[in-house]
Design a protein around this ligand. Structure first.
Ligand SMILES: [Zn+2]
Length: 182
């Protein structure tokens, strides 16, 4: 029997919601069909994100397809996921560490080239081939997306997941990719 973690009631119901996933530190990510358990007694809601690691990976993937310059918080997320400190990244792209800090805190807009460089590194780290990266970045900004939506119902375990790059940006033709096909 399922129990509420707060009040212990067994009057819990399951539902799915669109979850604005700000826990990743960014504002542009929505998870569709996110499982939620809701307590009828105390009103507590608990969200679960199945296959968290793969969802987090997919978020990085999609952030690279945004049709605008990355926000500082998105840039910071991608940098951290690459395992780089602000100082290490500053050294690699030959800017002052303070510049990275200003970008990430939103005091100054990112330079377009730093944005593209970080996307390229991220895509490379995710296993993209050069041709795919070139196609993806070459179709921006027109072929990009303005926010990230990941459907957990058809997510990591579904067939759709393997074809996700065809859907990159929501336009089937713009994102023909072969990665992930067996
Ligand atoms: Zn409760």
């Amino acid at each position: 029997m399922e129990q509420c973690m707060i009040c212990g009631s067994t009057e819990v119901e399951r539902d799915t919601v669109t979850h604005h996933a700000t826990e990743f530190g960014v504002r542009s990510v929505y998870l569709l069909n996110t499982p939620v358990t809701r307590c009828r007694e105390c009103g507590d809601e608990a969200i679960t994100i199945p296959h968290y690691g793969r969802v987090a990976r997919q978020i990085r993937d999609r952030l690279c397809a945004l049709n605008r310059v990355l926000e500082g918080n998105e840039f910071a997320l991608l940098r951290r996921e690459l395992g780089l400190t602000a100082t290490e990244l500053a050294r690699r792209i030959n800017v002052h560490a303070v510049t990275i800090s200003r970008w990430e805190h939103g005091h100054v807009s990112l330079s377009q080239s730093a944005d593209r460089l970080l996307r390229t590194w991220t895509l490379a780290a995710l296993g993209y081939k050069w041709m795919d990266m070139d196609r993806l970045l070459g179709s921006l900004p027109e072929g990009g997306i303005d926010h990230v939506e990941i459907d957990l119902a058809t997510g990591p375990d579904g067939e759709f997941w393997m074809e996700t790059h065809y859907r990159f940006g929501g336009t089937q033709s713009a994102w023909k990719m072969v990665r992930g096909r067996k």
